[in-house]
Design a protein around this ligand. Structure first.
Ligand code: SF4
Length: 352
């Protein structure tokens, strides 16, 4: 083992008090499981998964809505690949199942691909499923701008984008959860900058912006543990090579021009004020909700999946009675078992 990593681990493992540290992002959960980090750090540090997997937090109702849309005539749904297998309010509802029933559902690798598809299919309505946090919101805004510049009017977006700050505040205000510190997703901070997380300094918690490789996670933990020992609640930046103080102002200006915050529902968590992003009135001709309004069906049957509790760190994946017992990556019941960033998938794959 690299000497620096050994030295950092020694320091981490001298922590004498028990702390709950939440890794907000699913990619961190994957890295922690893959690199066996839980197994090499002191039991005093309880690493818990958080609500930062965009696929996992997309509400069942939103999946049901896009599934129903996919089954309509003359509509092409475009989506990033992760969303294909995500179940809605029951495992029989997903974009993959709609495709199997003949719907035109296409996987794309860039939001601009969706605009190209719209250009090539003028007689169809092309809907792009806009998903993700601050990292992917700029790409959705760019696609809308591109469609506008090219005068394409058969392109629309269903925005289920989410913001990180409101959900972190919701976690902090939940007295049941008791989170002492956050491992902050480095890619979100690339956009928001350190500034975007300084709200945490108003709370009684520690935090560090962290990269995703195993050694970067250890460095982030090392920095946070030092801060815990020194009582330093300033937001730490353990990803300085990528994350600046101010972030990417061009990207933020782009998405703030086209989208704005709205109250939004998170799977299994419920509605969090100003936590979603909707298309602004000025750009509403690109908003699918203008033609097909989304209405939450409060009476719909909810699957027995406990992703909501997993996503706020209330339970660990293995505490869900369905984990490996009806729910597995081949037959997922909830999105946390589907997504490459899902906590349940990470715990299942690496058997931690
Ligand atoms: Fe949901 Fe399956 Fe995870 Fe249980 S194990 S919380 S059913 S994804």
């Amino acid at each position: 083992m690299d000497q620096n990593i050994e030295r950092m681990l020694r320091e981490i493992n001298t922590l004498e008090k028990k702390v709950n540290i939440m890794e907000v992002c699913g990619t961190h959960t994957m890295s922690i499981c893959k690199n066996g980090i839980r197994e090499i750090i002191t039991e005093n540090i309880n690493l818990i998964s958080g609500p930062g997997c965009p696929v996992c937090v997309t509400d069942n109702g939103h999946i049901d809505f896009i599934y129903e849309l996919a089954l309509k005539e003359n509509i092409i749904i475009t989506t990033y690949g992760d969303m294909i297998r995500v179940p809605g309010s029951n495992p029989e509802i997903s974009l993959g199942k709609a495709k199997g029933m003949g719907a035109d559902v296409r996987i794309i690798y860039s939001s601009i691909d969706a605009v190209e598809i719209a250009l090539k299919n003028p007689d169809k309505l092309v809907v792009f499923l806009g998903i993700g946090f601050e990292t992917t919101i700029p790409a959705t805004a760019a696609a809308i701008l591109e469609a506008d510049i090219r005068g394409i009017d058969n392109f629309k977006v269903f925005s289920v984008h989410k913001l990180v700050e409101p959900v972190m505040k919701a976690v902090l205000s939940n007295e049941e959860l008791n989170v002492d510190g956050f491992i902050i997703p480095g890619h979100v901070a690339t956009i928001t900058g350190v500034k975007g997380f300084e709200f945490l300094e108003n709370y009684d918690c520690y935090s560090s912006i962290v990269g995703f490789k195993g050694e970067e996670v250890i460095y982030g933990l090392f920095q946070m543990i030092q801060n815990i020992k020194n009582g330093n609640k300033k937001v730490g930046n353990a990803y300085k090579s990528i994350v600046s103080k101010e972030g990417n102002k061009v990207a933020m200006e782009l998405y703030n021009e086209i989208l704005e915050p709205r109250d939004d529902v998170w799977r299994g968590i419920g509605c969090i004020p100003n936590s979603g992003m909707k298309i602004k009135e000025k750009w509403s001709k690109y908003d699918i909700e203008e033609s097909f309004p989304y209405k939450e069906d409060k009476n719909r049957k909810i699957s027995p999946c406990k992703c909501g509790e997993v996503l706020i760190g209330k339970i660990k994946p293995k505490e869900c009675p369905l984990f490996g017992n009806g729910c597995n990556p081949i037959n997922p019941i909830g999105p946390c078992m589907v997504s490459s960033e899902g906590s349940c998938a990470a715990y299942y794959k690496y058997n931690t």
